[in-house]
Ligand binder design. Structure first.
Ligand code: 13P
Ligand code: 13P
Ligand code: MG
Ligand code: MG
Length: 365
């Protein structure tokens, strides 16, 4: 049976500030999706949030980029925004950058990761959801999961994985795509995806074409004066039987990569893996964090979730992330804690610098 797993997310108002989500918004979203399920549009759904980002995890049979599913997500976000406005939540409707729905939520503000799959006899999937960072945060993680034999034992010892994987990488500035195979082209892949604001992994496939992972990465587009496609990403990963084991997928998060985001989307910080109940971004609006919801699909039903980072085995990673946060924070407004100049072009810094333009005098020879 072919099933589509769609994860569509948006920030539709923070509680308090950008730190979390008011429970009322999740209630409204649950109502909307329950209604859609009873009408037969969805097989199943699960509503959750990470920090201030609302996550609609949905299964159906309408394929990727289905107008009806995208419209359902859009209308759900609109209904939640109304509630957010009533409560005067912070930045109500923040990620709804268009006045009207145009057939697909991509490029309208929300983030989207979808995969249509032939459900296996047992289909474990993990939905990773991050707040206070951007899609390049998955680059190092995906490399570890699918290409690093020191992370993923199966690459070496499982004949079903020994061939390696194919990475789909987007150039988000030029709107181009390139496919690279591992292990053959590992060094070429790394030459690109080490630049986490420019070359971003969109998806990973088995060499036979089966989808293994997909993220919410899109090209960058400027809409209503805001860059869309940079914010608070999601990632779906299939596990077991020819894909990395659940534990291999999770192992990739034990050494937190330093990622862009954090305060005002303008600072580097460590990506901290946390259980659902720790998803509020507090200190310096961070540190950036990620939750992992594990499901078994059963004829499209979402059996789960299991809160996969709710485990003392990740305590050391969290400690490490706190140590790195302390260390980076000492640098205050200096690079490399603050993002480099090029990335700061997408923030409010240019308007401050503009004020100083006239103060610069030409140096005498
Ligand atoms: P699979 O049977 O899915 O290949 O997993 C083997 C294993 O032992 C994972 O921990
Ligand atoms: P969000 O992208 O999570 O809304 O955070 C914005 C911000 O400015 C945090 O300081
Ligand atoms: Mg916000
Ligand atoms: Mg957010």
């Amino acid at each position: 049976m072919k099933v589509t797993l769609s994860v569509i997310k948006a920030d539709i108002g923070g509680y308090v500030g950008h730190s979390g989500m008011h429970p009322k918004l999740e209630e409204v979203a649950n109502e909307k999706l329950r209604e859609a399920q009873s009408q037969g549009l969805l097989i199943d759904y699960f509503v959750t949030r990470v920090g201030d980002d609302l996550q609609l995890i949905m299964t159906h049979t309408r394929g990727e980029n289905s107008q009806e599913i995208h419209e359902l997500a859009w209308n759900t976000f609109l209904a939640c925004t109304e509630e957010a406005k009533r409560l005067k939540l912070y930045g109500a409707g923040q990620d709804l950058l268009s006045d009207s729905f145009s057939g697909n939520v991509k490029g309208m503000g929300p983030g989207v990761a979808e995969m249509e799959i032939e459900e296996r006899p047992s289909e474990p999937v993990i939905v990773f959801m991050a707040d206070k960072t951007s899609p390049g945060a998955w680059n190092l993680i995906l490399y570890r999961i699918f290409a690093d034999p020191f992370n993923t034992a199966g690459l070496v010892i499982d004949p079903k994985m020994h061939d390696g994987f194919r990475f789909e990488v987007l150039d988000v500035f030029e709107n181009k795509v390139v496919y690279l195979d591992t292990p053959e082209e590992t060094y070429d892949l790394l030459a690109l995806i080490g630049s986490i604001e420019h070359y971003i992994v969109k998806a990973v496939y088995k060499k036979n074409g089966d989808i293994a992972a997909v993220s919410s990465t899109t090209k960058l587009s400027l809409i209503a004066g805001k860059y869309v496609g940079k914010d608070d990403p999601v990632l779906i990963v299939r596990a077991q039987s020819g894909f990395p084991a659940v534990g291999e997928v999770l192992e990739a998060f034990t050494r937190p990569p330093i990622v862009p985001g954090f305060m005002r989307g303008s600072h580097f910080g460590p990506l901290m893996p946390v259980p659902f109940h720790y998803s509020n971004t507090t200190r310096f609006d961070g540190p950036p964090r990620v939750i992992a919801a594990g499901f078994q699909l059963a004829d499209g039903r979402l059996v789960g979730p299991r809160d996969l980072f709710d485990d003392p085995a990740f305590d050391r990673a969290r400690e490490h992330a706190n140590f790195v946060s302390d260390y980076l924070r000492r640098m205050g407004p200096f690079e490399p804690h603050r993002l480099g100049e090029k990335e700061m072009e997408y923030t409010t810094l240019p308007s401050v610098l503009k004020k100083l333009e006239d103060r610069f005098k030409k140096l005498e020879e």
